[in-house]
Design a protein around this ligand. Structure first.
Ligand code: PBG
Length: 337
């Protein structure tokens, strides 16, 4: 038998022990990469678990403050807030009421934890009685009945952005994917003297089935139809660059890809095309629920899976990750060091 020549190149040399692996690691995940979502509802002393998202709760303002403090104590720099209103109507009035659930929560969190960044998602779907992200068509005969009217909806979003900024939001995040929303908000915020408030654009958001559990959590499912005329087709990646390009031109301060796990290729392309802007990805509710369900069945090692998947998002090009795993992951990362 012929003996093999000795190999000069052995990648395994750099993997031979923990210390060597740590030294050559390319992607380092830290708690400062995360944004932790909080769902806020009316009432007092409420902390009610969302059945399809074990470990995630609807909070009243008082317990949301405690949650925000716990997030900050773990070294996580930001929370993103979603509100459940007291009542719903066709234009989602509570979204732009100064005593609405989110302005209340923003004021309370900023008073208690001033250094924590509070991001406010101003989408209308949690507030409208039809569950859509805008004002619906009833009067334009050339558009389908129930179509989300773009420019009319922009005006409502602008009002919400100003009210949330007045309450103290540090960043405004429009998640509806309407055309021209970034420019509309930039102009509205600037005119209201909020030139310093960044816009975190949901630039590339797909019409995804992975949002299912969120719609339970925020009670924001559309009562009919879907969001396919404003959110993107999961089959498209070139179009994602067009969406990002428009939002950059309109003055977005952050870009986002949402969901994350099935769209790592899109994160990579968008980061390559726009390396100058911080890239956010949203590790959404369905991605969270899948891991939780498998872990509860003992089919996956939750801690390892979560760190691996969040690392993969950062490796793909995300600088910041919105994730319901934020507190757990931050805890695990600090225990590891
Ligand atoms: C509101 C909004 C949604 C999510 C964030 N903001 C739902 C949707 O667009 O239908 C989903 C987040 C998640 O699934 O975790 N437009």
């Amino acid at each position: 038998m012929k003996t093999l020549p000795s190999l000069p190149i052995r990648p395994r040399r750099l993997r031979q022990n923990r210390t060597m692996r740590a030294m050559v690691r390319e992607t380092i995940l830290t708690p400062s990469d995360f944004i932790s979502p909080i769902f806020v509802t009316h009432g007092e002393n409420i902390k009610s678990e969302i059945s399809s998202m074990p470990g995630v709760f609807q909070h009243s303002v008082d317990t949301a403050v405690l949650e925000a403090q716990a997030v900050a104590d773990l070294g996580i720099p930001a929370v993103i807030l979603f509100g459940i209103p007291a009542s719903k109507d066709p234009i989602g009035e509570e979204n732009f009421a100064s005593d609405g659930i989110i302005p209340q929560a923003i004021r309370a969190i900023k008073a208690a934890v001033p250094d924590l960044l509070v991001i406010s998602d101003i989408c209308m779907c949690e507030y409208t009685d039809h569950g859509h992200c805008g004002v619906l068509n009833h009067e334009h005969s050339h558009l389908p009945e129930g179509y989300v009217l773009n420019d009319e909806s922009l005006k409502v979003h602008a009002q919400a952005a100003i009210v949330h900024a007045q309450a103290g939001a540090d960043i405004i995040a429009p998640s509806s994917m309407l055309d021209g929303i970034v420019a509309t908000l930039r102009i509205a915020l600037d005119e209201a003297d909020f030139q310093h408030i960044p816009i975190m654009s949901y630039a590339i958001k797909y019409a995804s089935a992975f949002y299912g559990p969120f719609r339970d959590a925020a009670d924001g499912a559309p009562k009919f139809g879907d969001r396919k005329t404003h959110q993107m087709d999961p089959a498209n990646a070139q179009e994602a660059l067009r969406e990002a390009e428009l939002d950059v031109a309109e003055g977005a301060d952050f870009l986002m890809v949402k969901p994350a796990l099935s769209y790592l290729d899109v994160i990579q392309r968008a980061k390559a095309a726009f390396p100058q802007l911080p890239m956010v990805c949203y590790n959404v509710s369905g991605e969270y629920a899948m891991v939780k369900a498998a872990a509860q069945n003992g089919w996956l090692d939750e801690q390892k899976i979560v760190i691996e998947k969040l690392t993969s998002m950062k490796r793909a090009g995300a600088d910041v990750i919105i994730t319901y795993h934020a507190k757990d992951a931050a805890t695990w990362l600090s225990n590891r060091n």
